[in-house]
Design a protein. Sequence first.
Length: 141
Amino acid sequence: MTIQTTRYSPDTCACVIDYTWDDTLTEDNRVHSLKTYINKCPSHISLATDNDRWNAVFEENPRKNKTLQNILDNGPATLYDLVNGSKQLKRTITYSFSWSGTAPNRVLTVSFTGIVLTTNQKNIAQTFLNNQFGAGKVLIV
């Protein structure tokens, strides 16, 4: 067993975190454990403990990434190009996100520029995201 330490700076906030993991385990079996906080951002500093901050950050960042992937997987073909069999956002389209509310209950709001999604397309995506994350956790505008 070799324990590695990774410094993590999510693109969803200004936290900087060192976490540990065992490099002898496959990615599917790895457990990431908080080692120390280097920087506590304004969005997460008010949480009671470093563990609470860790849990919030490691829920928010994947939610943002999974939201985009879910929209690509279930959205209109006008959103993506197939690159080596994988759906990737067209270069002419920008995925933007912002957060509102207070951690650990922050709401992710996402939008796209370079394409106009119909109300029906947004509704389909919103229903899918509500089912995956819970109503009100992700909003498409």
